[in-house]
Design a protein around this ligand. Structure first.
Ligand SMILES: *[C@@H]1O[C@H](CO)[C@@H](O)[C@H](O)[C@H]1NC(C)=O
Ligand SMILES: *[C@@H]1O[C@H](CO)[C@@H](O)[C@H](O)[C@H]1NC(C)=O
Ligand SMILES: *[C@@H]1O[C@H](CO)[C@@H](O)[C@H](O)[C@H]1NC(C)=O
Ligand SMILES: *[C@@H]1O[C@H](CO)[C@@H](O)[C@H](O)[C@H]1NC(C)=O
Ligand SMILES: *[C@@H]1O[C@H](CO)[C@@H](O)[C@H](O)[C@H]1NC(C)=O
Ligand SMILES: *[C@@H]1O[C@H](CO)[C@@H](O)[C@H](O)[C@H]1NC(C)=O
Ligand SMILES: *[C@@H]1O[C@H](CO)[C@@H](O)[C@H](O)[C@H]1NC(C)=O
Length: 559
């Protein structure tokens, strides 16, 4: 059986146990539905119904304006892709929302397809899209007048406390593997410092395996960055860096040695940040790619650190996934757990560079087909499990994406460890879109109504709720989430902030307190999810903050 659908499992359980026994509870399951039209090398939800997918300007099957498209809107109501007309090459770009809800895609590459123009300095604007099907929603580019200060391929980005996008690092020109033509600086959109990029000693130190630096907005407004095996806190307001302990045991976690990293959920009243880094490799970054192999083992190591003075003194706490993974993805889900999916047991990111390529050009092999669940609150050694998790047969290696959807399940797409769209070989270009469904997707779920469409900081507001009768409501969690921008085993700006919430005795009203200020949740769009006894509602789309264009002033109260 290729996918474990909930329904057949249920009927089997019924048959086996006799008609009088209650049906087995719903399980996690994979469902494949639809094809992405363009390779989903980057993915980001831009509305309650639509995700944007970007590939490189290549030979994708979806057409626009008489040529192959490299951008598309994916509709989760119909599971179909509609082409977007993109001007510049989006290959290995980054992106995120601003405080006014506009999505900005930054950076890219020199196109192989002549229909595109050089995207390395690109700033692409996607304004808030109200139509559920995306009709009339387009990407705006004005390369002459609106562009980055530097050419950037493989940068990452994050929304910061004033609602701007910070753009981090990258490489100027195509090089096959390591970052040997680095952009060792940061810039912002809208620009700060009169548009002059800020040099970064950290980016210089972390060469040559520091592409797509894993960067997070801390709840005090500073930025945590992890690249190669190094970690810093960067203070945007003081322009200073503080060096934190290296990721232990020689593990390296950024491209082309992609592990993944996430900020764990932030909880009231103190919103103490903790970061989790999983996968990657212990390979030295001094070995030429020709002497590396697709069969070199990845690492199973996860490292976790609390980003407080005391936590940093304690250093990284080490635990292990059930298998080694290069290029894993970590998706925070609304109950505060983290789903680990995708990646391979051996090899590296990138393509066509190491020994023993698989299929056409894959640098990685032995895909992991079974997700794991990481429970942050469980004791060390008991946090990672794949019990009850389904197994797929679709490999998701280099150039894959994953995101929580506004419905509460996980979209998984992409995989193309090849230089263009290739077909009919092992690890060929993967267009099949899959969903990883938590058990609650096939249960009666809590329903929220009258959710405000805009909330301020440190503000109490009410949500009308309808909670299924069978739920005892012993646990109530209200999550405010940025679903992030997925690319290269990282989810830029992805975030979960729990909000203090009280359920009325009649179980019909939730009183919720929004995050204290714009540093705990950088101002911009979010989804609110309600989880009652581990059964999660669909997400409600909300604007957090004053909704003004960046830079916005500090709002709310100081912690
Ligand atoms: C695929 O998605 C379409 C549109 O939402 C839906 O009608 C169909 O039932 C889905 N198929 C499966 C196998 O889930
Ligand atoms: C799209 O734009 C056209 C032309 O301006 C307009 O007639 C139409 O109503 C728009 N459709 C939607 C769904 O916004
Ligand atoms: C991190 O990498 C550098 C450069 O390869 C190395 O000197 C250092 O020992 C590494 N740190 C750890 C903790 O392994
Ligand atoms: C690969 O390793 C061999 C020795 O094991 C060395 O002679 C050769 O120069 C190396 N090649 C590269 C490209 O690093
Ligand atoms: C990979 O596929 C491309 C396009 O089909 C082809 O031109 C190329 O020769 C292939 N490379 C290898 C190593 O198979
Ligand atoms: C892959 O090959 C199949 C069978 O030849 C063909 O139908 C399909 O269109 C091809 N896909 C792409 C993306 O080239
Ligand atoms: C949001 O701000 C950006 C940057 O100033 C601007 O380009 C964009 O048009 C604004 N969008 C809206 C909807 O105000």
């Amino acid at each position: 059986m290729r996918y474990s659908y909930a329904l057949p499992l249920l009927s089997l359980a019924k048959l086996a146990s006799g008609a009088t026994t209650a049906a087995a509870p719903p399980q996690w399951n994979f469902v494949q539905n639809g094809t992405s039209g363009v390779l989903a090398l980057e993915a980001m939800f831009v509305s309650p119904t639509l995700a944007i997918f970007f590939d490189r300007a290549s030979n994708d099957p979806l057409m626009v304006d008489g040529h192959a498209a490299w951008g598309a809107l994916w509709n989760i109501e119909t599971n179909t892709a509609t082409a977007l007309n993109v001007v510049s090459d989006t290959f290995c770009a980054s992106g995120g929302f601003l405080s006014n809800g506009t999505m900005v895609s930054v950076g890219g590459h020199i196109p192989a397809n002549p229909a595109a123009i050089d995207g390395r300095m690109a700033i692409r604007i996607f304004e808030p899209c109200a139509d559920p099907a995306g009709t009339n929603c387009t990407l705006f580019e004005d390369p002459e007048n609106l562009h980055l200060e530097e050419t950037r391929w493989y940068p990452s980005s994050l929304r910061i406390f004033d609602g701007s996008l910070m753009v981090v690092g990258g490489i100027h020109e195509r090089t096959p593997f390591y970052n040997v033509d680095p952009v060792n600086n940061f810039e912002f959109f809208p620009p700060k410092d009169g548009g002059v990029p800020r040099p970064s000693a950290f980016l210089e130190r972390s060469l040559p395996a520091n592409l797509f630096p894993r960067s997070f907005a801390l709840p005090d407004g500073r930025v945590l960055m992890i690249a190669n095996n190094q970690t810093i806190i960067y203070d945007i307001e003081k322009n200073t860096e503080t060096i934190l302990p290296d990721v232990p045991n020689g593990v390296r976690v950024t491209n082309p040695f992609d592990g993944t990293a996430t900020l764990l959920p932030l909880s009231p009243p103190d919103f103490i940040p903790e970061v989790l880094v999983c996968g990657g490799t212990t390979t030295s970054d001094q070995i030429q790619p020709a002497n590396l192999s697709s069969q070199d083992p990845a690492t199973s190591q996860c490292s976790r650190m609390t980003i407080t003075e005391e936590g940093i003194k304690k250093g990284w706490e080490v635990e292990h996934m059930l298998e080694p993974r290069i290029m894993p993805e970590m998706i925070i889900i609304p109950n505060g757990d983290v789903v680990i999916v995708n990646g391979g047991r051996t090899g590296y990111a990138a393509f066509d560079t190491v020994k023993d390529p698989i299929g056409n050009q894959s640098n990685a092999d032995h895909p992991v087909f079974t997700p794991s669940l990481y429970t942050p609150s469980a004791p060390l050694g008991k946090r990672i499990s794949n019990k009850g998790m389904p197994t797929t047969n679709i490999a998701r290696l280099y150039h894959s994406t994953a995101s929580l959807t506004p419905l509460g399940n996980i979209l998984i797409a992409g995989s193309n460890p090849n230089g263009e769209v290739v077909n009919g070989t092992e690890f060929g270009t993967e267009f099949r879109v899959e969903y990883l469904n938590p058990p609650f997707m096939s249960m009666e779920r809590p329903i929220m109504s009258n959710v405000p469409t805009k909330i301020g900081f440190n503000q109490r507001f009410n949500i009308a709720v309808n909670i299924p009768k069978n739920l005892k409501a012993t646990s109530i969690k209200v999550a405010l989430m940025d679903l992030g921008f997925s690319s290269h085993a990282f989810h830029s700006s992805s975030r979960l902030v729990f909000m203090e919430a009280q359920l009325s005795p009649d179980r019909k009203t939730l009183s919720v307190l929004s995050p204290p200020n714009n540093r705990v949740y950088p101002p911009g769009p979010a989804f609110i999810f309600l989880t009652v006894d581990d059964v999660t509602s669909t997400g409600a789309h909300v604007m957090v903050g004053n909704g003004l264009p960046p830079p916005v002033a500090d709002q709310g109260i100081k912690l």
